[in-house]
Design a protein around this ligand. Structure first.
Ligand code: BJW
Ligand code: ZN
Length: 240
């Protein structure tokens, strides 16, 4: 699988993973695009906007409540676990677009959440923010101040948390291998991270059953799932 560049891979000191919904697909969490990306006939991409939320907060909250239940009961798969295991051998940083917390559940210690977290809830008006795992009785749930609560995630048209984004760029600039797994790379600015890595002459490996917008830029594109592929990457370091 990694034969063509295995000697180069063995020499790397710092790996940055850029992950997306596809890495959690084998944990039973649907992706956004493609046949998975529909929820009760609604296009998931159209629900992930601030306008959709203010037009129909109850509907958007129903979508999040269902996803919260699914995500809280989900387990990391072999892909998440392989990345966590890699920390034994090499410096690993994960830049994830996912909000599901499965990298942390697998034991990874350096995870930057570019699009927020579904566990965290914040008020649309006051400074309230907290991690809440329990169900909400009201839909939409209300803050003590009387205004609507929302998931602390990044929707289209909203800025990424700037401190997280700046740190992500620094890691992307410093790595000598970037593995891009389970993302269609259609959403910016996360899809610019491979460009920062390339500027540092990093190797780029894509793990995705499908082609993406940037497949042609990759040093190696593995057309397989992340749970099948990532455990094989660790075995290269174990053999060292
Ligand atoms: C497997 C697999 C297996 C399957 N193993 N692989 C015009 C107007 C307004 C904005 C814009 C505009 N043009 C561009 C923009 C910017 C916009 C953007 O990029 N839009 C594009 C869609 C065109 N970006 C933003 O707005 C961002 N903010 C920003 O840019 O701020 C500055 C700004 C401000 C104001 C105006 C303009 C700019 C914010 C983006 C936030 C994205 N939010 C979401 C929702 C998060 C919360 C939630 O989860 O509910 O993030 S949308 C959704 O897409 C989610 C994901 O993190 C993100 C990326 O998706 P991902 O992870 O790549 O999933 P998929 O489904 O696309 O792909 C899965 C892949 O896995 C596939 O390739 C499969 O083949 C593969 N796969 N099984 C491995 N087993
Ligand atoms: Zn409030």
């Amino acid at each position: 699988m990694f034969d063509s560049i295995k000697d180069q891979i063995r020499d790397v000191k710092k790996i940055v993973f850029v992950t997306g919904a596809g890495i959690s697909q084998e944990s039973g969490i649907p992706t956004f695009r493609g046949k998975d990306g529909l929820w009760r006939n609604y296009n998931a991409m159209k629900l992930a906007t601030i306008n959709a939320f203010y037009d129909n907060p109850k509907l958007v909250w129903e979508w999040y409540n269902e996803r919260r239940k699914n995500i809280f009961s989900a387990h990391p798969n072999e892909g998440h676990k392989a990345i966590a295991d890699l920390e034994k051998y090499v410096d690993v940083v994960i830049l994830t677009q996912n909000i599901d917390g499965l990298h942390q559940k697998a034991g990874s210690t350096q995870v930057l959440e570019l699009h927020g977290s579904i566990i965290k809830i914040k008020c649309t008006v006051c400074d309230f923010k907290d991690e809440i795992m329990t169900d909400f009785s009201d839909s939409p749930p209300l803050c003590k101040c009387g205004n609507i609560l929302r998931p602390d995630v990044v929707w289209f048209g909203e800025s990424l948390p700037q401190d997280v984004w700046q740190e992500a760029i620094i890691h992307a600039n410093q790595c000598d291998l970037m593995v891009i797994a389970g993302t269609s790379l259609v959403v910016s600015p996360a899809n610019t991270l491979p460009i920062y890595a390339k500027q540092n002459n990093a190797l780029l490996i894509e793990v995705n059953p499908e082609d993406t917008e940037m497949s042609l830029e990759m040093d190696l594109a593995i057309r397989n799932t992340s749970a099948n592929t990532l455990p094989k990457l660790i075995s290269l370091f174990r053999e060292n």
